[in-house]
Design a binder for this molecule. Structure first.
Ligand SMILES: NC(=O)c1ccc[n+]([C@@H]2O[C@H](COP(=O)([O-])OP(=O)(O)OC[C@H]3O[C@@H](n4cnc5c(N)ncnc54)[C@H](O)[C@@H]3O)[C@@H](O)[C@H]2O)c1
Ligand SMILES: O=P(O)(O)OC[C@@H](O)[C@@H](O)[C@H](O)[C@H](O)CO
Length: 387
């Protein structure tokens, strides 16, 4: 069996390709990183290192790589011949992969090939719907043609993965637990399981909201708050018991609306949160605030991990003060090289924080949560000035 995977980064190689390999696929990666592609084509393998098993080395073989820039025709051919297509490129990059992917699917349709599953594996609410929109924007396929040739489910994706330079090669350190939940009804055959060890859900909403709002929301808001406290490594922030408790409380606030909305038992939510914080605190693991906080415009989107739980808690009459504090901290986030952080800061300088809050979050100016975000923002800003 053949799989084409867009994005040979940490999740691509460290998680999705691990499952694809275990399922029995030969994998063709499509990535813009020429150095990585050359290494993959030289050795036709790479290594994962399982953190909790004393960095046990695991080989992923039968791999090769293509450049979407210099080898577009080969990419088209690989998609035409594939049994499965997956992505892990960061959803902001969907517009950049859309042409290659749409061209491959169109060629497949023209060649009379069967429908194929295209499974994006990204942290975003309904990444399948997002990808489909980008594919249609290319104008290469009509919606009818796209539906005829591809099933595009959304997913929830969770694993610890870190880039690692080991044995002179570019490897990935991986956690030993993971969750890939795939929206069953959007698959070409809802009863087939194209990826071993993934879960196939009738109600993805439940898992997606739990993963994005509790895990990613808790993670991201901790990173913005940690940045205000002067931390660069999130594990250093977690070393302080009050900080760890703050993160747990943020996650419990987000978890509360999910319990109400989807019927999760409170004890199960608490276990889920504690297991996640335990994972982040694994001895030896070092994750940067920069990685977790990156791309704040994406993370402040009304449908993403911070605003969604804030608004939903408000609607359910649940506490959300800590979430609002996390959102406020995101508006102070600055990091050299983070284009979205720079864009937000420029917008604030030009238009003021009052406009910025509703511009980026969609939260109505003058509402209670809007006023609370402004209040926390001004408190953080004053602390910064007094330092
Ligand atoms: N890293 C994590 O811990 C983690 C965990 C769960 C989910 N995720 C999600 O997984 C996705 C991937 O994240 P990651 O951490 O692997 O990112 P990453 O930056 O390590 O990998 C992204 C890869 O995509 C490639 N890429 C970018 N533009 C491309 C293009 N136009 N064509 C082909 N390749 C392109 C990059 O070169 C890179 O190799 C994201 O949506 C992220 O939110 C990450
Ligand atoms: O990848 P992002 O930028 O959407 O979010 C940053 C982190 O919260 C995220 O990568 C987590 O580490 C991961 O989702 C855990 O499974």
């Amino acid at each position: 069996m053949k799989a084409v995977h867009f994005g040979a980064g940490k999740i691509g190689r460290g998680f999705i390709a691990d499952l694809l390999h275990n399922t029995g696929y030969e994998i063709t990666f499509v990535d813009v990183n020429e150095k990585l592609n050359a290494e993959m084509n030289q050795y036709h393998n790479y290594y994962l290192y399982v953190i909790q098993e004393d960095y046990r080395r695991k080989e992923i073989d039968k791999v090769s790589a293509l450049s979407p820039i210099t080898q577009p025709e080969e990419v088209t051919q690989a998609i035409t011949d594939a049994d499965l297509v997956t992505t892990a490129v960061i959803a902001d990059n969907f517009p950049k992969i859309a042409n290659n992917l749409a061209a491959g699917l169109k060629a497949r349709l023209d060649a009379g090939k069967e429908r194929v599953n295209v499974i994006p594996c990204e942290n975003a609410f309904y990444c399948g719907v997002m990808l489909k929109k980008e594919l249609l924007k290319t104008g290469i396929l009509t919606e009818e043609e796209l539906d005829k040739i591809a099933g595009i489910p959304s997913t929830a994706v969770d694993r610890m993965v870190f880039a690692a330079d080991r044995d002179g090669r570019d490897g990935i350190d991986v956690g030993n637990t993971f969750e890939l939940v795939i929206e069953k009804e959007q698959l070409v055959d809802p009863d087939a399981e194209p990826i071993k060890d993934a879960e196939y859900a009738d109600n993805l909403d439940k898992y997606l909201e739990r993963k994005l709002c509790v895990v990613n929301g808790g993670h991201t808001m901790s990173a913005y708050i940690a940045r205000q406290m002067g931390y660069d490594i999130i594990q250093d922030y977690f070393m302080v018991p009050e900080n760890k408790q703050l993160t747990r409380d943020i996650m419990l606030q987000a978890g509360a609306f999910i319990e109400k909305k989807h019927g999760f038992a409170h004890e199960d939510m608490v276990d889920y949160i504690d297991a996640t914080i335990g994972r982040w605190s694994t001895p030896g693991v070092k994750d940067t605030v920069e990685r977790i906080a990156k791309a704040p415009i994406r993370k402040l989107d009304p449908e993403d991990r911070m605003v969604k739980p804030a608004v939903q808690c408000e609607e359910y009459g649940l506490a959300n003060d800590l979430i609002l504090k996390g959102i406020a901290a995101a508006f102070l986030y600055d990091m050299d090289g983070d284009e979205q952080a720079a864009q937000i800061q420029a917008y604030i300088s030009e238009n003021g924080i009052e406009k910025a809050v509703s511009h980026y979050t969609g939260i109505e100016a003058g509402s209670r949560i809007y006023n609370e975000i402004l209040k926390y923002y001004n408190e953080y800003a004053a602390q910064k000035t007094n330092k």
